[in-house]
Design a protein around this ligand. Structure first.
Ligand code: MN
Length: 416
């Protein structure tokens, strides 16, 4: 027998075997051979064709104009010589999502949302390093496209985003840094653009909200996701990252309700628990009736229910809601690059679900805090923080609530 004939017989035998196996594996319980077309995955695929590429085309043309035509051997004539815009993902000067850098801070109002870094770790009571948080999040954001397959949206086509760089913080001085931060955030908010703040430790949670609250007469509710309560008056004799919600809920328009003996804060605290909640925080939580959901509550009620209750409580008597997201609310295994890691928190899928549900009703601003790149591994903590931001934006764009907060800005910017 020739080698060729032997090979043909082997192939024939293999084909028969495969046919036999295929018959054995017919799934009788499968409801409908066409049902894969019923999945969200398939529907999302179809949706892509409906999304315009107007802004992407504009960006490509701009990149070519700025970066000069590519070498003659490059077949794709949209590729410039100097990388400009999104591609390649590993190249370029790294703003957040490679959004335009707005050097003249007076121009942030030209955009729907403005990313601003607050590189500050003077409020850390254990591990520092969050001064590198904004850089860490920006660096890994180069990985992302503005398109989300499942949501069927492309941020580039449905909103405008810029990066205003960082606030000039004063490393050794909390109070001066707070004033700088409030100044910056008040300016950003006063222009009508939505501030997206990349922390920084959580001490910035007070001056960020103070900045927004200063340009409106309306009431602001806060949804605070964290493993820690962050509501004692002082820690180590200063307004450290364990204290922002004591001071934020002292602001007149962040604490609008009076119920009985107590001033009831429009603060909702989600994910609180474990062995790191300082006891001095707890009586304040009780006194101000902050609305507390532990991980057990989340397990018992489910993420959807918790989000629904949080929205109801935060919006009650308020005209806008701010979201403060502490990355340490997520299970420590997923966010090693943070100051006070605590096991037993949210899983990434739960966190993203929660953020999407909270943001869909619109936010007047948001922050992601406590990312400490020096303690991170393979950028995973920064990546998670990036997802929190883009998922919030995605939810707002999907639900048409981006820009809704503009109506509350009714006071002129007054410097701190
Ligand atoms: Mn925390």
């Amino acid at each position: 027998m020739t080698t060729a004939l032997a090979a043909r017989r082997l192939v024939a035998a293999a084909t028969k075997r495969q046919a036999r196996l295929a018959l054995q594996h017919v799934r009788s319980h499968h409801p409908d051979p066409m049902s894969p077309k019923m999945t969200k995955g398939w529907k999302a695929a179809l949706k892509e064709a409906d999304i315009p590429t107007t802004m992407a085309d504009k960006e490509t043309a701009h990149a070519l104009e700025m970066g000069l035509p590519g070498a003659s051997s490059i077949e794709d004539k949209t590729i410039p010589t100097f990388s400009r815009g999104e591609l390649p993902h590993f190249a370029g000067i790294n703003t957040f999502l490679k959004a335009p850098y707005v050097e003249d801070a007076r121009n942030v109002g030209d955009y729907d949302a403005t990313v601003v870094g607050v590189p500050f770790d003077g409020g850390c009571t254990y591990r520092a390093g969050t001064r590198f948080g904004p850089q860490g999040i920006r660096r890994i954001s180069a990985l992302y496209t503005p398109y989300n397959y499942e949501k069927g949206i492309d941020l580039r086509e449905s909103m405008t985003l810029c990066d205003a760089g960082d606030i000039f913080t004063i490393p050794a001085n909390l109070e001066k840094s707070f004033d700088q931060i409030s100044n910056g955030i008040a300016h950003i908010a006063s222009t009508g653009t939505m501030p997206i703040i990349l922390g920084g430790d959580h001490s910035i949670g007070f001056p960020t909200v103070r900045g927004i609250a200063s340009v409106t007469t309306k009431n602001i509710g806060i949804i605070h996701v964290d493993r820690h309560a962050d509501i004692q008056e002082k820690d180590l004799d200063e307004r450290m990252h364990t204290t922002p919600y004591f001071h934020a809920t002292n602001l007149p328009n962040v604490n609008p309700k009076e119920s009985g003996l107590f001033l009831q804060a429009n603060l909702v605290q989600i994910g609180i628990g474990g062995w790191q909640v300082p006891r001095p925080a707890v009586p304040i939580m009780v006194e101000r009736e902050t609305n507390i959901f532990t991980m057990d509550d989340i397990e018992h009620l489910g993420i959807e229910k918790v989000a629904e209750m949080a929205l109801e409580l935060a919006w009650d008597g308020c005209d806008a809601v701010y979201m403060s997201y502490d990355i340490d609310s997520i299970e420590a295994a997923f966010v090693p690059g943070t100051g006070w890691p605590e096991p037993g928190g949210l899983l990434p899928r739960e966190a993203l679900k929660l953020v999407g549900l909270v943001a869909k009703e619109g936010l007047c601003g948001m922050e992601v805090v406590e990312v400490s790149p020096p303690y991170d591994h393979a950028d995973i903590t920064s990546l998670m923080a990036l997802r929190i931001v883009v998922d919030a934006l995605g939810a707002m764009v999907s639900h048409g609530t981006m820009g809704n907060h503009k109506s509350i800005i009714d006071k002129e910017f007054t410097p701190f």
